[in-house]
Design a binder for this molecule. Structure first.
Ligand code: PLP
Length: 392
């Protein structure tokens, strides 16, 4: 018989899930069917035969296929050392330190870097891992409206008399909107107000900037930024993330970042996978250009049909539909028509900003984009006829 306490806890959990269900916010694990518009495998490397062969080779050559311990204990190997050196070169920084997920990288970085005597200025649309890292750090925080540099400057000015160290945190390509932060202007503000800058390049890694090296490199800012986060689970078709920056930052992190210190290393063959993916990604200039061109043509086609794509300019194309119900209905319609597309709703985005998030990859053809556009147009006409019928 379950104890009273266990029964009470289970009842509480059921209640919480029912509340989510009632507001159509209950999540579930579902496999993807149809043309995949939910994938962050932007360069299509997850199914690449060359990458698969490199992984197989690395596994068969590996001395061990387990991580065996934290990098500070038995998990450190030559493969990780070489990869981190190569990745620092890729990022244009002095050093790079690998964390087993991007989430762990951001939590480890922020919670070990800033504290009660610091203030963090964070874009309101920053990823949950940045938000949670800031929360965990105990630093003061100022959340500025998305990409609003006037508001950021006002806040920096107000804080300029205070004794706190200041850090600005932003994504370079925003994950939900696909828009990009004005990095040069952010860096100028950071300089003017003696703040450090941290950039999360998760959705730029491998896709944006020269040879896919990211937008900080494109803007010539990499050596001036305190930390750049490059994730490997998206365009690099692997997992994990690098925190890149000055050499002293790496030393600080491996001494203080708890998500690095108290976590088992990934197996050494995984370093070979990331290294191979990096090599392949660097040679994909034509694919990058064609992906971004296709996204821009698709966005223009959506806009000419009257859809709001929020004027973004990356491989992530949002279709803003506003209401939860409309977004859910559109996503279901598209799924029935063979497209794997999810509706993004609050709390992931703010109230009234529900949208379809279309993540374009090199695996999606122009013909599939055209079919998707027609399907969306059909959905909207059906919505309009229903609305007319309701008011008749
Ligand atoms: C901007 C951003 N940062 C960090 C992460 C976390 O990376 P990971 O999925 O490797 O934990 C994500 C994941 O979606 C992200 O979009």
């Amino acid at each position: 018989m379950p104890s009273d306490a266990l029964s009470a806890w289970k009842a509480r959990l059921h209640q919480g899930l029912s509340a989510l269900e009632a507001s159509s916010q209950r999540r579930s694990l579902a496999e993807i069917h149809g043309v995949n518009f939910c994938s962050n495998d932007y360069l299509g490397l997850a199914g690449d035969p060359g990458l698969r062969a490199a992984v197989a080779q690395a596994v068969s050559n590996a001395e061990k296929v387990g991580g065996t311990g934290s990098r500070l204990l038995s998990g450190q190997t030559e493969e990780w050392r070489v990869l981190e050196d190569e990745f620092a070169e890729f990022a244009g920084t002095e050093s790079a330190l690998f964390f087993t997920t991007g989430y762990a990288a951001n939590i480890g970085l922020l919670s070990s870097l800033v504290g009660r005597d610091d203030v963090v200025f964070s874009d309101e649309r920053n990823h949950a891992s940045l938000i949670d890292g800031i929360r965990l750090s105990g630093a003061r925080k100022v959340i500025y409206p998305h990409l609003n540099l006037n508001a950021l400057e006002d806040a920096l000015r107000q804080a300029s008399g205070a004794p706190w160290r200041k850090v600005i945190v932003s994504e370079s390509v925003f994950s939900m909107d696909g828009d990009t932060a004005p990095l040069v202007e952010l860096a100028n503000l950071a300089e003017k107000y003696h703040a450090a800058l941290i950039l999360d390049e998760a959705h730029a890694t491998g896709v944006h900037g020269p040879t896919g090296h990211g937008l900080a490199v494109a803007a010539g800012l990499a050596p001036k930024v305190l930390a750049i986060i490059h994730t490997c689970g998206k365009a690099l078709a692997s997992a994990g993330a690098f925190v890149c920056g000055p050499g002293v930052l790496k030393e600080h992190l491996l001494n203080h970042a708890r998500t690095f210190i108290f976590s088992t290393a990934l197996p050494p063959y995984f370093a070979a996978q990331i290294r191979a993916a990096l090599g392949l990604a660097e040679g994909m200039d034509a694919e990058r250009a064609s992906l971004l061109q296709r996204a821009s043509t698709f966005r223009a086609a959506l806009e000419s049909e009257g859809f709001d794509t929020a004027g973004t300019a990356s491989q992530i194309v949002p279709v803003l539909l506003g209401h939860n119900d409309a977004t859910l209905d559109a996503a279901e319609h598209l799924q029935r028509e063979g497209f794997a597309i999810r509706g993004i709703r609050p709390p992931t985005v703010s109230e009234g900003a529900s949208r379809l998030r279309l993540s374009l990859t090199t695996r999606i053809s122009e013909e599939e984009l055209s079919r998707l556009l027609h399907s969306l147009v059909r959905w909207r006409s059906r919505q309009s006829s229903l609305a007319v019928a309701r008011h008749a």
